[in-house]
Design a protein around this ligand. Structure first.
Ligand code: ZN
Length: 294
């Protein structure tokens, strides 16, 4: 297949190019070694996983597109205490966009931790969608996809999706449904791992299929209105963390070796003068608003 003819699942055009590849066997081994989980059934008959990039949006994604994880993988990962964080930084970004008494939809809500975070200060009408069963919660959680939910034609005053979009292969369908659930001028708030930062620099098995199907960053998020003209970009926010894991990233290692600078000094220098917030941050959040109908 010529490079120019690769199908992009975001803009649905044949305008993506290959930018990298991974050996399926290495991904399976990395998952096994780090998490004691066997992902080999996902890669049956597949030797190479490609990373492709959309020329219109810069969105990077993995092919084949059908490598995404089933519920069992999330159930296995969900047993790890670190997997579902109860108070994510991105929850704090919602506050300025959500008012008391409004309807908020969260896609991929886990156990509804966002509701608990917002309801501490505001009384909101919250609905969460989650495909993995979460027991013992007092929050309204519906076990259906965003596409199924959009068919109900309920309009929300805000739609949020945190650490979800990167797991989705059919991103066009997912985002179309999210936008379909927005009232006019309502915000769509999307938080994903920041692949311009250390997440993208590290070779973490959790940032590959079957766990992650897309590699987002500020640029590709901000280009979403090119594909979905019904929304306009409002803001991009970065979490303030400076992750110690950054010092293990291959690019930083290269920097150390090339200039033979003491590691501690380099780290301090990089963080003080070189690396802007958008490279240091673990998470990037983009906020859009649905345009008023003409
Ligand atoms: Zn595209």
């Amino acid at each position: 297949m010529p490079d120019s003819a690769i199908f992009c699942p975001l803009c649905l055009k044949n305008n993506a190019m290959r930018v990298g590849s991974l050996a399926a066997a290495e991904i399976v081994e990395s998952f096994r070694a780090n998490f004691a989980i066997d992902t080999s059934p996902y890669f049956a008959g597949i030797e190479t996983v490609h990373i492709c990039e959309c020329r219109l949006t810069g969105y990077r994604y993995f092919t084949p597109l059908n490598l995404g994880a089933n519920a069992q993988l999330y159930e296995e990962l969900g047993t790890r205490p670190w997997y579902y964080e109860s108070n994510k930084w991105e929850f704090s970004t919602v506050d300025q966009y959500v008012q008391t008494g409004t309807r908020v939809l969260e896609v991929g809500c886990g156990n509804g931790a966002l509701y608990k975070a917002i309801s501490a200060t505001k009384d909101i009408d919250y609905t969460g969608l989650e495909l993995t069963a979460h027991n013992g919660t007092e929050v309204r959680i519906i076990q259906e996809t965003i596409e199924e939910h959009a068919e109900r034609e309920i309009r929300y005053d805000a739609v949020c999706a945190f650490q979800v979009l990167e797991h989705v292969a059919d991103v066009h369908s997912f985002l179309t449904a999210c936008i379909g659930c927005l009232a006019a001028n309502a915000p769509l708030i999307i938080g994903v791992p920041n692949n311009a930062g250390y997440v993208g620099l590290s070779q973490n098995a959790l940032n590959m299929p079957p766990h992650h199907m897309g590699l987002w960053k500020k640029y590709s998020l901000e280009r979403l209105p090119k594909v979905f003209p019904e929304i306009r970009h409002v803001a991009t926010l970065f979490d303030p963390t400076t992750h110690p894991g950054l010092s293990d990233a291959p690019v930083i290692e290269h920097f150390y070796r090339k200039w033979l600078i003491p590691k501690a000094m380099t780290f301090k220098f990089l963080h003080a003068f070189i690396l802007p917030r958008w490279v240091r941050s673990k998470t990037v959040v983009a906020v859009f608003r649905k345009r008023e109908p003409k």
